[in-house]
Design a protein around this ligand. Structure first.
Ligand code: GLU
Length: 462
């Protein structure tokens, strides 16, 4: 529905638009999983697994793999499509893909998850459908660096002569050819995208808010990798985290919560219920979405803001940290209420953007900054020395360190992400104003324009 709405705001050939919309290929297979049941008996379970590649207009295709019992063919296809538009929106030169295994990770041992993951990888490798130049998975809901590491090592076992083998997945641990900054990248991207929106005086005026992040009251749903880091960046930049939602409940405090403290509690107790240092604990997790705040960050799963609760949302800005948290029906209601929705394909693109940097690092076989750090420091020290001589002012040690610091890998990653988000935002807001469409439609239009151009200039399309 989102695609169709945006496609209608363009003048591209309908057949080409239909071709862009369809999912190219879906691989679906069964993983036999042998385990010992409660009675000590050996049983074989069958587990369904999927990988959908939505668009091959750029290669490799790119997107996460999720482990959840809700995983199904349609969900994976929809999320693969979203990846295509996400990559195009932020100029990451990949097609879109997504994978999933219908499994509850919490109900299995680490050894079992490893076996299922390696089998999944082997199935894809044997079909020849993954590889650094073909399709590059990454973490998503229910997976993380550990799973990526297993996939990379399985791929390397099958391709011992491929010097680029580790480029087969991103989101790997740093020790396994991952990149610094990938873990927090999606949350950081959410923060950067909200910061862009909050810097726009006209937009802020439309919802009766002041510009800037400072003092904004934020609610985050989901304290996983995306929600936790987003909340931390908001907190560090002067926002007040008034609410945090988890699977089994939520906490609220108008004076602000301590994000790390809540996270530590949830990790230790395996629940958010009973958290003591807050005004209110909500037993109904969904209720946090309706709490009084300026910015709501749904950072869990899709379909959270629906026709049922849309009119009860009090936030002025919704920043979609998750993929598809707002249904099309809810979006319409919210638009009528004047709520600004920063759409998923732009808002949470920080993950795939830094995945792109990780893939570049893997193909380049060198850490960003390795060759330049000292040279940069040397040049800066010279400049500071001259300035000190000219002005007669001696710098404090801390000032000197800040001014002469050479960029590290993490600095490059943050700078690359910040620049990417800024450019994409400029494009989205321009389209939104020119065509008088909401931010989501503008983001889709920007993506569709780029994909169409790529097909037209490739000459594949007549
Ligand atoms: N799973 C993440 C997403 O939905 C990251 C994908 C990637 O890095 O390839 O954007």
């Amino acid at each position: 529905m989102y695609f169709d709405k945006a496609a209608n705001s363009t003048l591209h050939e309908p057949g080409l638009l239909q071709f862009i919309k369809e999912v190219d290929s879906v691989y679906e297979f069964i993983i036999p999983h042998e385990r010992i049941d409660k009675n000590g008996k050996k049983v074989v379970q069958t587990i369904r697994a999927y990988r959908a590649q939505h668009s091959h207009h750029r290669l490799p295709t790119k997107g996460g793999i999720r482990y959840d019992t809700m995983v199904n063919r349609n969900e994976v296809m929809a999320l693969a499509s979203l990846m295509t538009f996400k990559c195009a929106c932020v100029d990451v030169p990949f097609g879109g893909a997504k994978g999933g295994i219908c499994i509850d990770p919490a109900a299995h041992t680490v050894e079992e998850i490893e076996r299922v993951t390696r089998r999944f990888a082997a199935e894809l490798i044997q079909r020849g459908v993954i590889g650094p130049a073909i399709d590059v998975p990454a973490p998503d809901y229910g997976t993380g660096p550990r799973e990526m590491s297993w996939i990379a090592h399985t791929y390397q076992t099958f391709h011992p002569n491929d010097i680029n083998a580790f480029g087969v997945v991103t989101g790997k641990p740093v020790s396994q050819n991952g990149i610094r900054g990938r873990a927090e990248a999606t949350g950081l991207g959410v923060f950067y995208s909200v910061r862009e929106a909050c810097a726009d005086a006209e937009l802020m005026k439309s919802v009766g808010l002041k510009t800037g992040i400072e003092g904004k009251r934020v609610v985050v749903q989901g304290l996983g990798n995306v929600g936790y880091h987003a909340a931390k960046f908001f907190e560090e930049n002067g926002a007040i985290i008034v609410g945090i939602g988890e699977r089994d409940g939520a906490v609220y405090d108008p004076n602000g919560l301590d994000v790390t403290d809540v996270k530590t509690y949830v990790q230790a107790k395996k629940t958010i219920l009973g958290y003591p240092r807050c005004k209110k604990v909500l037993e109904n997790a969904q209720q946090i979405l309706e709490a009084d705040c300026d910015i709501l960050v749904p950072a869990a799963l899709e379909g959270q803001i629906t026709l049922k609760n849309a009119s009860k949302i009090q936030a002025k800005i919704i920043a979609e940290g998750a993929n598809g948290p707002t249904t099309p029906g809810a979006s319409e209601i919210l638009e009528k209420q004047g709520v600004i929705i920063i759409p998923d394909l732009f808002c949470n693109a920080g993950g795939v953007t830094v995945s792109y940097f990780e893939w570049l690092k893997n193909l380049g076989h060198v850490q960003f900054g390795r060759l330049t750090k000292k040279a940069e420091e040397k040049g800066k020290r010279e400049m500071v020395r001259h300035l000190q001589l000219l002005t007669g002012r001696e710098l404090k040690e801390s000032e000197y360190q800040t001014l002469t610091h050479g960029s590290s890998e993490r600095d490059f990653v943050y700078s690359g992400l910040e620049g990417t988000v800024h450019e994409a935002w400029e494009n989205i807001i321009k389209i939104s104003r020119e065509k008088n469409v909401n931010l989501r439609t503008a983001a889709y239009v920007s993506a569709i324009d780029k994909i169409t151009l790529s097909y037209n200039e490739l000459g594949i399309w007549p």
